[in-house]
Design a protein. Sequence first.
Lengths: 108, 708
Amino acid sequence: MLHITTLHYLVLGAALFLLGVIGVLTRRNVVIVLMSIELILNAVNLNLVAFSRYWQGIHGPTALHGQVFAIFVITDAAAEAAVGLGILIAFFRNKETVNVDEVNLLKW
Amino acid sequence: MFLSHIYLIPLFPALGAALMFFFGRKLRKPTVSAVCVGSVVLAFLMSCGAVLEYTTWAAEHHDQPYEKILYTWLGTDTGHLNYLKSDGTEAPVQADAGFLLDPLSSIWLLFVTGVGMLIHIYSTGYMAHEGGYYRFFGYLNLFMFSMLTLILANNYVLMFVGWEGVGLCSYLLIGFYFHRKSASDAANKAFIVNRIGDAGFLLGMFFIAWHMGSLRFIDVTHAARSGQFAIGDPLITAATLLLFVGACGKSAQLPLYVWLPDAMEGPTPVSALIHAATMVTAGVYMVARSNALFVLAPKSMLVVAIVGALTAVFAASIGLVQNDIKRVLAYSTVSQLGYMFLALGVGAFSAAVFHVFTHAFFKALLFLGAGSVIHAMSGEQDMRNMGDLHKRIPTTHATMFIATLAIAGIFPFAGFFSKDAILWETWSREGGAYRILWCVGYATALMTAFYMFRLMYLTFHGRPRMSHDVEHHIHESPMAMTLPLVVLAVMSLFAGFLGWPHSLGGSDHFTKFLEPVFAGEAQTLSEEGRAAQLAAGEKEEEKNTSAEWLLMGLSLAAAGIGWGMAWRSYRHADKGYAEPIANLSAPVYTTLLNKYYVDEGYDYVFTGRRPVGDVRLGVLGAGEASSWIDTHIIDGAVNAAGSITRGTATFSSWWDKWIIDGIGVNGPAILARMLSYPARLFEWGLVQWYALVMTAGLVGFAFYYVYH
C-alpha cells in the first residue's frame, strides 16, 4: 500500500505554491489575484502541517507548534482577505475596474 | 473783615468770568450784564472796605503792609527745595498764593476796580448791539481778575501770573473782532511784543531770587534796605534793568511801544480799560513796587528816566498829526506813560503813582468819550470826517472837554497837579541834574495840549464834514454810557486835589499816604541826620516855592500855547482843512504821519516782513535761513541716509533672492530633482511587475544558494 510521506505533502505544497505564484503574476483580475494569494498561503499551511506531523513522529504527540502556526496563518489570511476586498471595493468605486493593470497609481 | 477776606476781591470777577465761559452762551444779555457788572461792583465795594480797614489797621501797626497768605503755592513749607544764591548760601524755592495790601496797592486797587466798574457799566451800553456779548464780558471779568491778582500779589511770581493774565486778556480783547484780519494781527503783535518784555521780567525775577534769596516783596524790600547791598551793585542793576524791559513791554515804552497804537483795533471800552487806565500802568506799578531795588541801581534809574522822557516826546510828536481819534489817544497814552517813567527814573515814585492815578480817570474818560463819539458817528473814527458835534452830543462834549483840560494840565484839573509834580521833581531832584529831561517833558506838555485840543476842535467844532447818512444818525449815547462819563469827569476834576502841593498851600495827602512804601531811604538815616535834613529841607523849601510857582506858570503857559495854536488852526476846520505842521515842513509832517516809519523799520530789521534787497532779516529771515538749512542740509542728510539704506536694501534683496535662495536653497533642490529622473524609471506602478521582479529575485537567490 502506498505510504504517504512528508515528501508527498511537500510536493503538493510546492505545486500549490507554484500555481498560486503563477496566478498572482499572470491574472489581471484582482479577485483572482487575491484567490491566488490564498493558494500560496494554503500551500504554506500544508507545509507547516506536514512538518508538524513529521515532528510528532520524533518528539511525541504534543509537538503541535506547526499546527498552531497554521491556525495563525488562516486567521491572518482571513484578515488579509477582508482588508484586500475592502480596498478592492473602495478602488472599484473610484475607478470602476478591478483590473490590476489599471491599478498603476503608485508610481512617480 | 474786609482785610482778612481780601482774596474775595479778585475772586468775584473770576467767578463772573468762569460763569460766562461755561454758561454765557445760554444766558440772556441782561443776565450777563448783571453778573459781570455785579461782580466788579462787588469787587469795588470790597476794595473800598479793605482800603478803609487798612488805613485804620496801618495806624496801629506802624504803617506796615498787610499780608494775607492763603497757602504755599510753589515750593514746600518745610523748605526742602533749595537753590544756591549768589553769595553761596542756600535759599528755599517758595512762592505763596498771598495778598499784600499797602498804600501802593491800595491806590491801584481803588482806581482799577473803580474805573473798571464804570467801564463795565459803559460797555453794557456800547456793546448792546454787538455779537459775542457774553464773550466780551467774560474776557473783561477775566481781565479784572488778572489785574487784581497782579496788584494784590505778595510776590513777584504771583504778580507774574497776573501779568501774563492781563496780557492774555489784552490779546483776546484786541482780537475781539477776530474776523477782521487787522484786529487779529494787532492782537498777535501785542502778544508777541509783550512776550519780549515778559522774558525780561522773568530774567529779572531770576536775578532777584538769585541775589536776594526771595521773591516776596516784603523780603526783597527789607533786604534791599538792610544795607547789605552796595549802591550800584551790578547784579541789582542787571535785575532792575531786566525788570524795566518787562515794564517797557507792558507799559508801551520805547522801543516796545509799537503794539499799543495797534491795540486800538479792540472795542473802545477795552482801549479805555486795558490800554489806557489799568493794564498799561502795570509796568509803573512793578517798578514802583521794586523801588527799593531801583534806588540801589542809579544806572537803571537813569535808563528809566531817559527812556521815559524820550517815549513821552516821541509819542506826543506822533500824536500831533494822527487823524484816527483813537490813535491820537493811544499815542497820548504812550506819551503819558513816558511821563510816569520819567518820574520813576528821577526817583519821584509818588509823583509817578499820582500821575497814574489821575491819568486813569481822564484817559479812561477820553477813550470812553471817543467811544461815545464813534457810537454817534456810526463807527467812523477818522476825525477828518467829523466836526461840529458839540451841540448834538453835548454830554460827551462837556465831559471830554473836562478830560482834555485835565490832560493838558490846566489848573485845577487833575492832570495839572500830577504833571506838575513830575516836572517839578524832574527839575529839582539831584541838584538839577535832570534839567535836560525837564526840557523834554516841558516840550511834551506843549505838544500834549496841542494834540488834545486839536482832537477836540476837529471832533466837536468847525464845520460838519461827515456824510449826510452819518449826520442823520448822530445821537447822544444812552444813559449807561453817559453816566460813567459824568462820574469820570467829576473824578478828572477832583482827583488832583488829593495831591495839592505844599507850595500852593495844600498838604499833598497823596505823597504822605504813599510815604511808607517809598520812604525807605529815610528810615536808614539816624534821628539826628533826619533832623538835619529836615532843617535843610525847610530852608531849601522856601527858596524852592518861588521856583515851583515859576515852573507851574511855565506849564500853564505851555498848555495855553498849545491850546491857542490848536484853536487858531482847527477852530473853523472845514473839508480839506490845512495841517499847520504840513505847512511848516512837509517832510516832517509825512514822517510824523507815518510814525517815524518805526513799524516799517521793525519790519525790515526784526520781523523781516520787508526784505532788505534780496535778503530778509529778523524773524522771517531767520525762518527762511533755517528753512533753507532744513531743506538742504538736514533733509539732505536724511535723504542721503535714506538713499544709502535703500541701496543696501536693494543689494541685500538681490543677494537674498539670487544667491541665498538661488544657489543655497534652490540649488540642492534642483540637484536632487535631476538625480531623481533615472531613479524614477524603476517605479512604473504595475503591481504584478513588482511581484514578478520579487519572484525572479527570490528564484535567483534560491538558485544561488542551491548551486553555489
